[in-house]
Design a protein around this ligand. Sequence first.
Ligand code: FES
Length: 147
Amino acid sequence: MYTDIVMDHFMNPRNVGEIENADGIGEVGNIKCGDIMRIYIKVENDVIEDIKFKTFGCGSAIAASSVATEIIMGMTVEDALKVTNKQVIDALGGLPPVKIHCSVLAEQALKAAIYDYATKNNLEFEGLKGYNPVEDHDHHDVVDIEF
Ligand code: FES
């Protein structure tokens, strides 16, 4: 049911933890399954120099956040905003259909972290145009969760 890559990232997740004094933090949760994901980013000269995550959720959500951090590390903020859950799924070698929403959580947590960074620094990014955390969360069945 799960690829070896999914199992590897679930058993040995990369970039787990918190970043002290993170430049942006994104928290999202899925109402239906109750899983929660938090992503921390450190940005320097528009490049995501460090990214860490904490996921209280299923194995697919942990694998998706782990592989997403690998994809995003070292990217410019603008490029990171173009990363989709489809890329996350491809990097995992696929996910079962019922687990697709777990990868959406990773995409949304990243976007929320960048939105937080942009808001704190008064920055505008092309990829955030039209992004409204509340509205987007409604569309994707995602809500803000306080830990
Ligand atoms: Fe909800 Fe995986 S079952 S994030």
